[in-house]
Design a protein around this ligand. Structure first.
Ligand SMILES: Nc1ncnc2c1ncn2[C@@H]1O[C@H](COP(=O)(O)OP(=O)(O)OP(=O)(O)O)[C@@H](O)[C@H]1O
Ligand SMILES: [Mg+2]
Length: 460
């Protein structure tokens, strides 16, 4: 579990990376150690052989030769001083020479390869080492020695390097661990902690984060979060105010509708008045009151935040449109408006019948109102087709087209209306009802020769 945390990951990775780096350093440094070891033996051998110079015939007693060789920790020494003169110290060798190492022009590759081979030698072997005498004391020095002491020294050295690497990696990982905890983990925890407290009450502005990190990336995250939270808190407050306002409007609409309904009853009576002036004004009064009641009712309906979920049923479109024709008084072209259906008489839909009635009647009424108001009549056409994903309905008219002011905010409540007496809710409600079915309502086209709305309804 610990290694799944950010600091745990860093700790593990640092140990792995430092150990990898140490392996890369280990091999050449062991090779270097071996070369130094051999070079040191050559120098000791050179010193030992120089004792021969003090004698007249370059010879010492076998006891002294033995002691000199022991001191230099080698078995044989040959120092070539010039082409003719050689100084030789030798002791009897129990075994033949196994390898010859010439250090004079050995490449790095050779040194590394020989060092690795040495590490794996297991028997008591004898090796010959050739080098250059130090301080120009001759042209070549050659010595033989046992390999085991060299191998053991190399193993001890390798072990030390390994332990040191381990120590370095543990110390550096621990330091990095502390650094990561302080500079990354702690600020991230603070960020997450703030998100959680903010989430509990996003309307409380005191819970908005105060950026304070000095790490650039974390500061950017804090700044962005700060902006986001400030904006969200402000939006939530505004939404709350709007909700309160909406509630107040709903209450006013409700009471106003009741008052207006009473007024309408009284106005109905005035219509029967004998007085010609009163009789002339009365219908206008009744109409105005009727429109005011309609506005109150629509506002109340819209105030019920969401429409009920659709209850789909299978019904014939022709029958639904027939009811709309009656409701909109289009049966006998009363206002010069004709209606035509372009779909098969048995074309059926699966949808909430009541809601689809409201959608289509809104579109038909808009078309009728627009044509009556501007050109005293026209034709409305209701089309229906099957599509691969459902059904497509179209309500088209030969009216004047949408006014520019209406186009921009067509489906937005209270905003799209430019019609006198219109509330601007019809299309917003229709679009919401279609959306509730998983479909879309859109303006297909509009021009001076007419307007066409298209509904797409998914069908199972
Ligand atoms: N077929 C159409 N032809 C021309 N203009 C249209 C048509 N349909 C809608 N409009 C315009 O779009 C506006 C918005 O229509 P919408 O139905 O949303 O509101 P409304 O009809 O004004 O009011 P209500 O809420 O009573 O329906 C209308 O005022 C009208 O100007
Ligand atoms: Mg309308």
């Amino acid at each position: 579990m610990f290694f799944r945390t950010l600091s745990g990951r860093f700790l593990l990775l640092t140990i792995i990376f430092v150990m990898l780096a140490e392996v890369v350093i280990f091999v050449p440094s062991v090779a270097r150690f071996r070369e130094d070891y051999l070079q040191q033996r050559l120098e000791l051998a050179q010193l030992a052989s120089l004792a021969l110079l003090a004698t007249p015939d370059d010879m010492v007693t076998p006891e002294l030769a033995d002691e000199l060789l022991k001191n230099a920790e080698v078995l044989n020494i040959v120092l070539r001083r010039n082409e003719r003169r050689e100084l030789i110290l030798s002791s009897p060798m129990l075994q033949p020479v196994m390898f010859t190492y010439d250090l004079r022009d050995a490449s790095a590759y050779e040194l590394i390869k020989d060092a690795m081979v040495t590490l794996f030698i297991n028997d008591e072997e004898i090796v010959r080492v050739i080098g250059r005498p130090v301080k120009g004391a001759g042209i070549e020095i050659e010595t033989t020695l046992e390999i085991m002491p060299l191998r053991n020294a190399m193993l001890v050295y390798g072990q030390n390097v390994f332990l040191l690497s381990l120590l370095i990696s543990v110390i550096s990982s621990a330091m990095l661990f502390v650094a990561v905890r302080f500079s990354i983990v702690r600020p991230i925890r603070r960020l997450v902690g703030n998100m959680m407290t903010y989430q509990q009450d996003p309307e409380d502005a005191t819970r908005v984060i105060a950026p304070q990190s000095r790490v650039v990336e974390l500061r950017a995250a804090e700044d962005t979060l700060h902006d986001l939270q400030t904006q969200l808190t402000a939006n939530l407050k505004q939404k709350e105010r709007l909700a309160q306002l909406g509630e107040a409007v709903a209450k006013i609409s409700h009471d106003l509708r009741n008052i207006l309904t009473t007024t309408q009853l009284l106005a109905d009576r005035i219509e029967m008045s004998e007085d010609p002036t009163v009789a002339r004004i009365a219908p206008k009064l009744v109409n105005s009151v009727g429109r005011a009641i309609n506005l109150c009712e629509q506002t109340l309906k819209f105030g019920k935040a969401e429409e009920a979920a659709p209850r789909p049923e299978h019904f014939k479109l022709a029958e639904l449109v027939d009811e709309i024709i009656d409701s909109e008084n289009l049966r006998d072209e009363a206002e010069g408006v004709k209606i035509r259906c372009e779909f098969a008489p048995d074309f059926a839909l699966t949808a909430d019948r009541e809601q689809m009635f409201r959608v289509i009647i809104n579109l038909v009424r808009n078309a009728r109102q627009a044509m009556v108001a501007t050109q005293g009549g026209g034709e409305i056409c209701v089309r229906a087709d099957r599509t691969p994903s459902g059904a497509e309905l179209k309500v088209c008219d030969t009216g004047p087209g949408l006014p520019n002011a209406a186009k921009d905010k067509l489906f937005q409540p209270f905003q799209g209306s430019v019609r006198k007496g219109g509330t601007g809710l019809g299309l917003a409600i229709a679009a919401e009802l279609v959306r509730g079915h998983g479909g879309t309502l859109e303006l297909a086209e509009t021009s001076e020769s007419g307007t066409c709305f298209r509904i797409h309804l998914p069908q199972k």
